[in-house]
Design a protein around this ligand. Structure first.
Ligand code: PGA
Length: 256
């Protein structure tokens, strides 16, 4: 046993209005009362910005032990950035985890490694925990560049950070070809890459950080394959997209 607490996170992406979100929390709370989480596990849900306040209130008023997460934030403290949301705003909603550098943002919002690093800084300044996403595309994997791609993303985000800072992070290994495709990595591949992530963290921030940092697997996780990933020693949880949208399916994954 690693002693690291497993974190199962539901990334809703651009799904669920605030009404849907409240119903989701009520259903999940009812399911957790009947079948609670196994010990040593945490859950987080990452609604769109428009549902954060409703989910916060629903979780807090019912004392549901699920952490509130966001899907992104801007790197600036405040300013003339139409449409953006700051880390301060998230902190005030009691957000605990913020996804940073998801491949969909790297792709559709052209987020560079430098932007991802700046967002990581913003989340850390506000005492929230970043879930830093890394992972290779299909072309990169087929060219034998999966490991070097992940290494360079980690280096850009983590170089020069102390063990104290890096050990607080969650790093999600999400191969881009597995996201939303129904074709997950094999548990063996996920374990091997989680080990690579940990080795890179050791190189960049020291062995103590590598022992503490949590590494999630993400990409077509379902209630059928979740347990096989959670059994891997180096995999400390899951980042779940599509299968986190229904409370039933998310609960089955969380308790797998
Ligand atoms: P998926 O998405 O589970 O729908 O593949 C995972 C993610 O993008 O975080």
């Amino acid at each position: 046993m690693s002693g690291r607490e497993l974190l199962v996170s539901g990334n809703w992406k651009m799904h669920h209005t605030h009404f849907d979100a409240i119903r989701f929390v009520q259903s999940l709370a009812a399911l957790l009362r009947v079948a609670p989480l196994p010990s040593g596990r945490q859950l987080s849900v990452h609604p769109p910005f428009t549902a954060l306040r409703s989910v916060q209130t629903a979780l807090e008023s019912d004392d549901v032990r699920v952490a509130l997460g966001a899907q992104d934030c801007n790197q600036a403290e405040e300013g003339a950035f139409t449409g953006e949301v700051s880390a301060t705003m998230l902190e005030k909603l009691n957000v605990s985890y913020v996804i940073v550098g998801h491949s969909e943002r790297r792709r559709y919002a052209q987020e560079s490694d430098e932007t991802v690093r700046a967002k990581l800084d913003a989340v850390l300044r506000h005492s929230m925990v970043p879930i830093l996403c890394v992972g290779e595309s299909l072309d990169q994997r087929e060219a034998g560049e999966a490991h070097s791609t992940v290494s360079s993303q980690l280096e850009a985000a983590l170089s020069g950070r102390s063990a104290t800072v890096t050990s607080r992070l969650v790093i999600a290994y999400e191969p881009v070809w597995a996201i939303g495709t129904g074709r997950s990595a094999s548990p063996g591949d996920a374990e091997e890459m989680a080990g690579h992530v940990r080795a890179e963290v050791a190189r960049l921030s020291g062995a103590a950080a590598a022992a503490e940092v949590r590494v999630q697997y993400g990409g077509s996780v379902s209630d059928e394959n979740a347990a096989s990933f959670l059994r891997c020693d180096d995999v400390d949880g899951l980042l779940v997209g599509g299968a986190s949208l229904s409370a039933d399916s998310f609960h089955r994954i969380a308790t797998a």
